[in-house]
Design a protein around this ligand. Structure first.
Ligand code: SF4
Length: 352
């Protein structure tokens, strides 16, 4: 019999599972508390549960980690990159990013093994999609990093921000991702404020509209990377299915439903999308949309021919956007000495 992975269930589902197995609902609350407030991964350590119940649960369910740590790389700025192996032998990446100046402890996690979107500047897209991650596999990335960074006591320091922006397109694994967000946000789970959870999408229009209906108040980040369809078609094949007018209309719908500002991510690539003309074109595209633009100078990827623009070009691009009244920032570079861009550790790990 396949054991039920309890980390793939949100609290309500866990209570229902316990009831279905003829245990009182409060036992589920106790187990939930052990997992997320104490970082316990064995029923036998759950000391306020009768011993008989612990043994029974051990037969039917699992709270063990779905991830086996294969490798970590730590950068001089405190960034840690993790490579995990899953139970089926596949590998997966996540990154921990501490921001000491404002006490933020952020993690960037993956939602799929590989990715079907095939963006040309990305290492993950090269191998195609292997499969969706389960909710338990998504949650375990946060749990395991939390254990790793805790000094002595689980949750100290606590992870404050979660970004679903690693490998994969989160909205293509919608149900598992939303359930993971619920567990992360649950006050009896990780209790991470919903506005500190970011879901990043390459522009999967139906997923954005579905997310809008949920009105979750999380941060939606849309990876834009080009100011027109012609260029975006070549950088991000998803644009051929959902071109910019459809994408921006879904984004406006999201803003209307949630009253939240949307973040647009724009990876700056030398001589591809970084000219002053393209900055002006971007201004016209985004004018009137309640948004924030995040410029990300490309992290060079092995096997990908694109380069990062020179600093002056990046600043000029930013200035044009800013002077035209659009909120814009340049993403601070993190962990450059450890290949911190998405997909790179897995890439180098699997290629040996
Ligand atoms: S950038 Fe994101 S959406 Fe595009 S291929 Fe890479 S992982 Fe997939």
């Amino acid at each position: 019999m396949m054991k039920q992975d309890l980390k793939s269930l949100n609290r309500k589902e866990m209570i229902n599972w316990f009831k279905k197995e003829n245990y009182p609902g409060f036992r589920a609350e106790q187990v939930f508390n052990w997992i997320y407030k104490n970082g316990v991964d064995s029923f036998h350590e759950m000391t306020n549960l009768p011993e008989e119940l612990r043994s029974e649960l051990d037969e039917k369910a699992s709270v063990k980690s779905n991830l086996l740590l294969k490798k970590t790389l730590q950068a001089s700025d405190g960034t840690i990159k993790y490579l995990w192996e899953l139970t089926d032998g596949e590998t997966l990446e996540s990154v921990y990013l501490p921001f000491y100046e404002d006490m933020r402890h952020s993690v960037c996690i993956s939602t799929q093994l590989g990715c079907a979107m095939n963006c040309i500047f990305c290492a993950t897209g090269k191998g195609g999609l292997v499969r969706n991650l389960t909710t338990g596999e998504i949650i375990d990335q946060v749990l395991e990093i939390q254990k790793d960074i805790s000094s002595g006591e689980f949750g100290k320091p606590g992870i404050t921000n979660v970004v679903l922006m690693g490998m994969g397109e989160p909205l293509a694994n919608f149900d598992n991702v939303i359930k993971a967000v619920e567990i992360l946000n649950d006050e009896k789970g990780f209790a991470i404020g919903i506005r500190r959870i970011t879901v990043s999408s390459s522009g999967l229009v139906p997923g954005i509209r579905r997310l809008a209906e949920l009105n979750l108040q999380l941060v939606l980040a849309v990876s834009l990377n080009a100011p027109n369809d012609l260029l975006r078609n070549t950088l991000m094949p998803i644009n051929r299915k959902y071109p910019l007018d459809e994408l921006l209309s879904a984004v406006k719908y999201y803003i209307k439903k949630t009253s939240r500002r949307v973040t647009f991510e724009y990876i700056l690539i030398d001589n591809v999308n970084d000219s002053p003309e393209q900055a002006y074109e971007l201004v016209s595209l985004l004018r009137g949309i309640k948004c924030h633009l995040n410029l990300i100078p490309l992290n060079p990827v092995r096997g990908v021919k694109y380069r990062r623009p020179a600093r002056e070009k990046i600043l000029l691009f930013r200035d044009i956007i800013e002077k035209n009244g659009i909120a814009v920032t340049i993403r601070q570079e993190r962990g450059p000495d450890i290949e911190a861009a998405c997909g790179q550790l897995r890439h180098s790990g699997s290629k040996g």
